[in-house]
Design a protein around this ligand. Structure first.
Ligand code: GLU
Length: 419
C-alpha cells in the first residue's frame, strides 16, 4: 500500500526551483532580489449570503508575482486547500511559464478557500462577484488578467467580466480569459491546456524515438486538462489504461474508451463505475507500469513516499507542481523523462494570450488558426528547453526554469529600477 501525499509547502518548492536555476544561470544577487518574490499580495475577506440565509466568510487572495514582461496573468482557484503560500507559488510559476512560451505577460494567481462542490450555483455566483469586487483595484486588461484554474470555469469568468464591466460602466471582455465564446472567448481555449500537454508529449516521443501509437498512458485527474489530454492521446492511437478523479480510479489493461469515459463523467460527475473497467485504489494508479504518466490533479501528487513505485518512462506534468523535490530527484535518477509543468501545461495560458489579443483587437480567429499557432508556440518552447537541457546537461525542469527566469532577468536588467 502506498502512502498518501505528505504536506509540502509549494512556495518553498517554488523558491528552491528558482535558486537552482538562478545558480545555473549565475544570476547576481541584485537581479535575484528584483525578480524572485511577489510584487504585490492582496488578502481579502469575502462575505457571502448562503442559501440558508446566514452569512459565511471566505478567505481569498490575489498575488501578482511579476509585471516585468507585461500585465500579470494567471488563473483563479476555488479549493478547500487554497492557502496564501499556495497562491504565491502558483503566481511565481506563472511568471516563468509565460516567459518559457515567450508571451508578453508577467505572473499572477488568485484563490478562494472554499469547497465549491458543496455550494449552489447561486452561492458560487455571489462569492465570485464579491471576490471580484474585492480584487477590483488590482485587475484589468492592462494590469492583471485572471482565467480559470482548479474548479473555476467559463461561467465563473463570465461573472467576473460582468461584475468588472458593471463597475466601470461598459463591457470590458479583456479583463479575463477563458470566457464563454459569446462574451469574447477564444475558440480552442477550453481544450488548450490538454492540447498543449499533447504537443509536448509528441515532441518527447520524437526526441526519445518512441511511437505514440500503442504507448500506454495513465492519467491522474480527469478535469479540463487531464480529460482533453487523454482524449487527444487516445485519438493518436495511445492506450489510456487508467484514469482517476477525486472520487475514484478506473483501469483496463486493453485501454479505456476515453470519449465514453468523458461522456459518463459529464453525465454523472465521476469516472467510477465505467463499464469495461475495474475500480482500483487511486494510490495504486501511480505505480502502474506504463509509458506515459500524466499527473493532472493537484500539487504534491508524487512525493517521497510513492515516487519509487512510479513505473512510467515519461511524466507529463499537466498539473502545476505535481512532483515534490524528493520525488523529482528519485525519478530523474531513474532516468524518467519529465516534461515540467511550466512547459507542459503552458498551452492554457498561451491560448489565454490569443484570447486577450482577439479581445483587444475585436477581431476573432478560426479554431484552426488557434491550434496552429498553439502548436508552433509549444513546439518552439519545447525545442528551446531541450536545447538548454542538452547544452548544459541539466534536467528538463531546471532547463525550463533557466529559460523562463533568464528571460525575466534580461528584461528587468534593461528596465532598471524606478524611482
Ligand atoms: N490556470 C492556468 C495555468 O495555471 C491558465 C492561466 C491563464 O490562462 O491565465 O496555467
Amino acid at each position: 500500500m502506498l502512502t498518501t501525499a505528505v504536506a509540502e509547502n509549494a512556495y518553498d518548492l517554488a523558491l528552491e526551483n528558482f535558486d537552482t536555476a538562478a545558480d545555473a544561470l549565475e544570476l547576481n544577487q541584485d537581479i535575484r532580489a528584483m525578480i524572485k518574490y511577489p510584487e504585490r499580495v492582496l488578502m481579502v475577506t469575502v462575505p457571502v449570503r448562503m442559501d440558508g440565509g446566514h452569512i459565511r466568510r471566505f478567505e481569498a487572495y490575489r498575488v501578482q508575482h511579476s509585471s516585468v514582461r507585461g500585465p500579470g496573468k494567471g488563473g483563479i482557484r476555488y479549493h478547500p486547500q487554497v492557502t496564501l503560500d499556495e497562491v504565491k507559488a502558483l503566481a511565481t510559476w506563472m511568471t516563468w511559464k509565460c516567459a518559457v512560451v515567450n508571451i508578453p505577460f508577467g505572473g499572477a494567481k488568485g484563490g478562494v478557500t472554499c469547497d465549491p462542490k458543496h455550494m449552489s450555483q447561486g452561492e458560487l455566483e455571489r462569492m465570485t462577484r464579491r471576490y471580484t469586487s474585492a480584487i477590483l483595484p488590482l485587475i484589468g486588461p492592462d494590469q492583471d488578467i485572471p482565467a480559470p484554474d482548479v474548479y473555476t470555469n467559463p461561467q465563473t469568468m463570465a461573472w467576473i467580466m460582468d461584475t468588472y464591466s458593471m463597475t466601470k460602466g461598459y463591457a470590458i471582455p479583456g479583463v479575463v480569459t477563458g470566457k464563454p465564446i459569446c462574451l469574447g472567448g477564444s475558440l480552442g481555449r477550453n481544450e488548450a491546456t490538454g492540447r498543449g500537454v499533447f504537443y509536448t508529449i509528441q515532441c518527447t516521443c520524437e526526441h526519445l524515438h518512441m511511437t505514440l501509437k500503442g504507448a500506454t498512458v495513465v492519467v491522474q485527474g480527469f478535469g479540463n486538462a487531464g480529460s482533453i489530454a487523454a482524449q487527444l492521446l487516445h485519438e493518436a492511437g495511445a492506450k489510456v489504461i487508467a484514469v482517476s478523479d477525486s472520487t475514484g480510479c478506473i483501469y483496463n489493461q486493453n485501454g479505456l474508451n476515453i470519449p465514453e469515459v468523458i461522456h459518463m463523467k459529464a453525465l454523472t460527475g465521476h469516472v467510477e463505475g465505467f463499464p469495461e473497467s475495474e475500480a482500483i485504489d487511486p494510490n495504486e494508479l501511480l505505480a502502474l507500469n506504463c509509458d506515459i504518466l500524466v499527473p493532472a490533479a493537484l500539487e504534491n501528487a508524487v512525493h517521497a513516499g510513492n515516487a519509487a513505485a512510479v513505473g512510467a518512462k515519461i511524466i507529463a506534468e499537466a498539473a502545476n507542481g505535481p512532483l515534490t523535490p524528493a520525488a523529482d530527484r528519485n525519478l530523474e535518477n531513474r532516468g524518467v523523462f519529465i516534461i515540467p509543468d511550466i512547459l507542459c501545461n503552458a498551452g492554457g495560458v498561451t491560448v489565454s494570450y490569443f484570447e486577450w489579443v482577439q479581445d483587444e483587437q475585436h477581431l476573432f480567429w478560426e479554431a484552426q488558426d488557434v491550434y496552429d499557432r498553439l502548436e508552433r508556440v509549444m513546439k518552439t518552447a519545447f525545442r528551446d528547453v531541450l536545447k538548454i537541457r542538452l547544452d548544459r546537461k541539466v534536467p528538463m525542469r531546471i532547463a525550463a526554469n533557466m529559460l523562463g527566469i533568464g528571460r525575466v532577468a534580461e528584461a528587468v536588467q534593461i528596465r532598471g529600477i524606478y524611482p
